[in-house]
Every structure is written in C-alpha cells, then in structure tokens.
Design a protein around this ligand. Structure first.
Ligand SMILES: O=C([O-])CC(=O)C(=O)O
Ligand SMILES: [Mg+2]
Length: 646
C-alpha cells in the first residue's frame, strides 16, 4: 500500500484530505499526530525548506499547481493512518474506482485554468517558467489595473443580465480576478451576482447556459450519488449549498435552473465570508419540475418530468445526505437553499441531529431580521418584548423569524416561549392564523394560531392587531398597499416595515412607497436592494435585510471551530454580532444594517461570535480554541490577490 497522496495548497493551509494515487476513489489519509510532512513538487523533489504541519498551518506555498505530499513515514515510520473509507481498498473486478489523475497546470492549460490563471498579470519570469511566453501579448499588468479595466468593461453593459453573464464568464476564466472585483465592489456587484439579477438568470438559465457550474444530481442517478460526488474535481469540500429548485427566491419552481442560486450563494461565501472557493460545492438535486412553462421550453436543462413522489424524493435525499457525509466527513456544512416549505422544514428537522445542516431561508433570514430589529430598537425605543409583530407570509422565512424573535424575547424576559409567541401574529394566504383554523394548518404554522376572530385580509389584520412591526415574507409583490402602510403609520410614530421577498419584483412594497406612504416615518429595509429615495426634500437610504449578511460569516464560524452541529444560540450570537456592527452614525441615518462595503470585517465578527458559541456549547471540535476568534476568523480568509508562482 502506497502512502503517497495528493493535497491541494489553499490560501494558507494544506487541505488534509487526500487520496491514494492508486485505488483512487477509496482512501482518506489522515496524519496522526499532527506532524510535519515534506511537500514535494511534481518531480518528486521536496520543496526546499517547506515544512507543513497538516493540522496546523502552514506557510504559503506559491505553486500554481496541485502538489504532492509524502509523509515522512517514508523515512520515519508510522505517522500516516490510511483508512479505507468506501471499502474498496482492494477493489474486486466488479467494483468501480475513479481513475483520478492530477496534472500540473502550465502553458496553454494554465491560461485556461480559472483557479490559477492570471491573464496579463503573469510576470516575465512566470511566462518563462510556465511555458506561456508568446501565448499572451507582451504587456505585463498589475491585478489592480485588471480590476479597473474589467469594471470599466462591465459598466458598459446596460442590461443587468448581461453584467451577470460577464461576471460568470470571468469566474470561469480568472477566479481570483472575479473575487477581487466582487470584494472591492461589493455594493455594485452584489445585485448582479445575487438578488435580484440571479433570479432572472435562473428563469433564463437554459437559454443562457454556457459552461456548467456545480454538480447536478438527478433522479436518474439514484444509487450512484457517491460515484457522482467523486466526479467533482475537488476532494476536500467544506461547504455545500444545495437546492431542489422548487422555490427559487419568490419566483417559484424553476426546477434544475435553480442552480444559479447555489452558485451565487457560494460565491458570496468566498467573497463575503472568505471561504476558499475550492472547498465550496454548489449542488442542484433535479427531481423534476411542476413548472409547465419550463417543461415545454425547448431550452430547459433539467429532467422533463413532474416532480417525484414523496417516497422517491425522500429516498434520493437520504442517499444524498449519507453520500455527502461518507465522502466529506462529519463536518461538511450543508446549506439548504430555496426548497419549498413542505420539504424545507422536514429536511432540517430530519437531518439536524445527524449532520451539520443549516437552512438559510429559515435560519439565515431569521438571524438577519433579528439583527435588524435589535438595531431598529435604537431608533424606536423599548425592548423586543414591547413590540407587536405582524407577518405577511407564514412559510420558511415568516415562521423562522417569528420563532427566533420569540426565542430572543424569552431569553431576555425569562418568559416561557409559548408566552412570548403571543405577541407575534402571522397572516397567510387564507388570512390571520387563528385558533379556529388549527386543524387545517401545516405543522410549522400551528404554534402561531392564537385566539382571535377570523380575519381574512392583511389590511383588516393590521387594523385588528395594531402591530409596530410589519414583516413581509410571502413571495408576493405589492401586498403592502398604500392603505396598509398608512394604517400602520397612523398608530406608530416610527413603524418598522420590512419587505423581505425577493427578487425586487416580489418585494411587498418599494422603498419609495414605504417612505412616501408613511410620510417619511417608516424604518424600512428590504430583501433586495433599493436605491436612495428623496421625499419632501430629504434623502432616505434603506437597508437590505438579506441573509447574505449572515450566512457567509456564520459558515466561517462553523468551519473555524470545527462545529459538528448548528444550534439556535449560534443564530442569536450571529444576530447580536451583526447588530453590534451598526454604529450610531448609521442609526442616525435611519440605517438598521451596516453597509455591505464593510462585509468582510462584519463576517469576521459574526464568525468569531458563532465559533465562540460553538466552543461554549461543546459543539466545537477544533482544539485548542484560538484566543482571539474574530482575529483568527479574519486571518483564515481567502485573499483574492494573485499568488506568485515560482
Ligand atoms: O437569495 C436571497 O436573496 C435571499 C434568499 O435566500 C431568498 O430570497 O430565498
Ligand atoms: Mg433562499
């Protein structure tokens, strides 16, 4: 048995999961105890003076390629433990193995390898060393100039979808440049790679399809999911964002075309949370679609069939969840994204005890909204317990936020959760959720069925409940009508109005409507961004209450602590960390969220607090605990600056 494996050098750490060079699909190599291994270049020569401790860190290696490491066991025995994960250590003839091979990117291939390509920024020396002289025009430029040029180019496009396509092309051409653009121009580019434009991209995904991104797993792959995971080029995966495309933003069932969402979310994991792109895996589970328009669309890219039965669905998801754990271990974070309500709650409940799972639409949204409410209190006064909440929409976001707010109030006041829920009211498509509807309610709505006369529409519910906080999460646009906003503004000096549905077309009202109809008194934030609004000679800037503030830092916190499970207290910690980033100056401008421009710093704070909570709850596995977790989180972040190649 050979103990030679391959490892990928990342930003500043060596990914420890490796494979044997021979029976490729079968081995994990772990090194016990953490020890120094020699890093070899592909000619088998040790990289001079580079000692790498596998569990600890490490020195930055500037090789644009996959390197091999050889454990010193070759010279000093018994430091490598090889366990046969999938049982095919010595495959029999009818077992399958993946014929994986690693090659060094150089020459023309290097220019076509997005992870390592630097375009015109390759130095003279690099052009010689890597056989690319002549394959580029003579000029050598700095990455900053590339950023400037690419931004200029991008700004020429007037249609947001064209900017989206240009950004995707860049990601496929020069990954570090893509991330540098995104990190340095986050406020300008977030609406392009993320909501609202990503929504349009998903609707048109089939027609604009070029290169595939992420991993597609369909019903046809039942029984072969492990094999498919092995087709992904990266072996060390730490974060998966997965969708089944059934409820893409507020746009509904987009089937396989939902892939834009996991891809977009993971690019934010990297740009906003600093998680290395190589450990991020976007996945779409294609179980069919009930969207007739797509089924009849000649350019549709998914299975042309109605959605699977409950049983088929559950079996495929179960196989997926166990294959992921088998392949990537206990600590891979699985983020569920844009599943329909009926599956989202069940999947989270089913897999929370056994996997590191997080539902962004339920938990991420809840955490970001709670943070906004904590900041808003600085403007309106009182504590959360003094407020009355009314939601339009009782799905993942609505009930998720309601539950987290109730939990926070219960922690603050020590009142039982059932009590604190009583100040929180939800309206769904059938009207106010009340006791008399209990039997016909879906299970996630039941805790919100309070004693009240039936009320069938939102306006009457606002009049009856007299909320101070109105939250829209219904996925239906223009539902906060003039009357609704005027009514809530008639009994609140400063009504808090959050129009969370995405993309912009689904927003319950626009920023302009909220400010105009409330005569400039609303404290307003929305899920998708709105520009500044002028009303009565004053300029109002609204915040974006979007889970993008939370999930990148939250995920980073889980990773740096080696968390094994997500706990609600971590969501509360994330909310408090985000709210703490809102300064007095922001509050004075009416902002309840900090600007996105500072997001990496915000993410480091969130990550630090989430990790601290993981340690406190005994859910962290990475020991010893770093002393300053915020600084540690910041130090772990991926830098989009080019590396130097020898
Ligand atoms: O993607 C977004 O902008 C927020 C979100 O999770 C959703 O709307 O489903
Ligand atoms: Mg979502």
């Amino acid at each position: 048995m050979s103990i030679k494996g391959t490892a990928f050098m990342q930003n500043n750490s060596l990914s420890g999961v490796s494979r044997m060079t021979q029976s490729q699909s079968s081995f994990r190599v772990s090194v016990h105890p953490p020890t120094v291994v020699a890093v070899m270049n592909r000619n088998g020569r040790p990289e001079t003076s580079v000692g790498v401790s596998v569990d600890n860190v490490v020195k930055e290696l500037s090789v644009p390629m996959v390197v091999e490491f050889v454990d010193p066991k070759l010279k000093q025995p018994s430091t490598v433990v090889v366990d046969d994960v999938s049982g095919d250590d010595a495959p029999t003839e009818d077992e399958f193995v993946t014929p994986l091979s690693v090659s060094v990117a150089s020459g023309y291939t290097l220019l076509r390898t997005p992870r390592h390509n630097k375009g015109l920024a390759f130095t003279e020396k690099e052009r010689d060393a890597h056989y690319i002289r002549g394959l580029l025009p003579p000029v050598v430029v700095k990455q900053d100039l590339q950023v400037k040029r690419t931004m200029n180019d991008l700004r020429q496009y007037e249609v947001p979808l064209h900017k989206y396509q240009a950004m995707m092309d860049l990601q496929e051409r020069d990954e570090r440049l893509f991330y540098k653009l995104l990190v340095e121009n986050v406020e300008e580019l977030l609406p392009i790679v993320y909501t609202p434009t990503v929504g349009e991209a998903c609707q048109k995904y089939g027609s604009i399809f070029k290169r595939p991104q992420g991993l597609f797993i369909s019903l046809k792959d039942k029984g072969r999911i492990l094999e498919i995971l092995n087709n992904w080029p990266e072996k060390d995966v730490e974060v998966i964002v997965v969708t089944d495309g059934e409820r893409i933003l507020g746009l509904g069932d987009l089937g396989c075309q939902g892939m834009g969402i996991p891809v977009g979310k993971l690019s934010l994991y990297t740009a906003l949370g600093g998680i290395h792109p190589s450990v991020c895996l976007p996945i779409t589970i294609d179980v069919g679609t009930n969207n007739e328009k797509l089924l009849n669309d000649e350019f549709y890219i998914g299975l042309r069939q109605k959605r699977a039965s409950r049983k088929e669905y559950a079996e495929l998801m179960n196989e997926f969840m166990s294959a992921v754990k088998q392949n990537y271990g206990e600590k891979v974070l699985i983020q569920f994204e844009d599943f329909a309500n009926h599956n989202a709650f069940d999947l989270l409940a089913k897999y929370s005890p056994t996997h590191l799972v997080f539902n962004d639409d339920i938990q991420g949204t809840a955490s970001v909204v709670l943070a906004g409410l904590i900041s808003a209190l600085k403007l309106v006064g009182g504590s959360l317990a003094d407020h009355r909440f009314l939601f339009l929409g009782a799905g993942e976001a609505g009930t998720g936020i309601a539950e987290l707010v109730a939990l926070e109030i219960s922690k603050q006041t020590r009142a039982p959760l059932e009590e604190t829920r009583k100040n929180i009211w939800l309206v769904d498509s059938k009207g106010l959720i009340v006791k008399s509807r209990l039997n016909s309610l879906q299970h996630f709505k039941k805790p919100w069925a309070h004693e009240h006369q039936p009320v069938t529409d939102l306006l009457d519910a606002v009049k009856a409940i007299r909320p101070s906080v109105l939250i829209g999460s219904s996925g239906v646009g223009q539902t906060f009508t003039k009357e609704v906003v005027e009514t809530i503004s008639s009994f609140n000096e400063k009504p808090i109005i959050l129009a969370l549905s995405n993309p912009t077309s689904k927003s319950e009202c626009t920023a302009e409507q909220a400010y105009t109809w409330s005569e400039g008194r609303a404290i307003f934030a929305s899920g998708s961004p709105f520009g500044p609004v002028e009303y009565n000679g004053k300029v109002y800037v609204s915040g974006q209450s979007n889970n993008a503030y939370i999930f990148p830092g939250f995920g980073l916190g889980l990773i740096i602590s080696g968390a094994t499970r997500v706990h609600d207290d971590m969501l509360l910690a994330a909310s408090e960390a985000l709210a703490a980033q809102v300064t007095q100056e922001h509050i004075e401008k009416g902002l309840i969220y900090p600007p996105f421009a500072n997001i990496r710093n915000i993410s480091a704070h969130i990550a630090g607090k989430v990790a601290a909570k993981a340690y406190e709850l005994d859910l962290a596995s990475r020991l010893p605990q770093p002393e300053n977790l915020v600084a540690y989180a910041a130090s772990c972040m991926y830098s989009p600056n080019y590396q130097r190649y020898r």
